[in-house]
Design a protein around this ligand. Structure first.
Ligand code: GRF
Length: 204
């Protein structure tokens, strides 16, 4: 049996969730999986710097470099196969993956979403928009969800969730920060370890 599986982390922005995974690797919370490559949809994503600082290989698969989404996904598949990736983690990845792509990696793609699914999720609910909608609705509890990715945006099986209280004077920005700190950065590494361990057990 192998000691760990190979993970690809897909990013588009600041990469604080990627950092949480890197830190979890250093502290031993994440031990059944190892980040082999970070793939960014944007050349300017700070997540790429975080990867480089930690000696992790990087690749850029940007919309601008391909004529069609299909061609872009073909390139993604090529990189994933070349690197023998067992698990794909979407950590602030801003592109929606097609059903063709997700069906190639059934129960092998996970995503972190900054709300308690099934609330405030699906098309149009991303980044700060999620927290704006939470405050507009006036719910008193929000949180984050880690789930498997299938052809339905934010529709795959739920793996882990953590609730966060909405405070009276919250702004979308203050809420976003607290959801990241108290929920996302905690459950993403735990869920990645949980899924990696179960893939290892199945003898991949
Ligand atoms: C996070 O809130 C994540 O849940 C969402 O995008 C944000 C990415 O932040 N999908 P970062 O790039 O990990 O800092």
């Amino acid at each position: 049996m192998r000691d760990y599986i190979n993970i690809a982390v897909l990013v588009s922005g600041g990469g604080t969730n990627l950092q949480a995974l890197i830190d979890a690797q250093s502290s031993g919370i994440l031990k059944s999986g190892k980040i082999k490559i970070v793939i960014s949809s944007s050349l300017s994503a700070y997540a790429l710097e975080r990867a480089k600082k930690n000696g992790i290989k990087t690749a850029i698969v940007s919309k601008n470099d391909f004529k069609t989404p299909e061609e872009r996904e073909t390139e993604l598949v090529k990189i994933i196969k070349e690197n023998n990736i067992d698990l794909i983690v979407l950590a602030g990845y801003m592109s929606i993956l097609s059903g063709n792509f997700t069906s190639l990696f059934d129960k092998r793609i996970i995503n972190i979403h900054p709300s308690l699914i099934p609330s405030f999720c699906g098309e149009g609910f991303y980044g700060i928009k999620v927290h704006e909608a939470v405050l507009k609705k006036g719910v008193k509890v929000t949180g984050a969800t880690v789930h498997f990715v299938n052809e339905i945006p934010d529709g795959g099986e739920i793996i882990m969730q953590k609730a966060v209280r909405v405070l009276k004077h919250d702004t979308p920005e203050s809420l976003q920060k607290r959801v990241m700190r108290l929920a996302e950065w905690k459950i993403l590494p735990q869920a990645v370890e949980y899924v990696s361990k179960s893939i290892l057990r199945k003898g991949v």
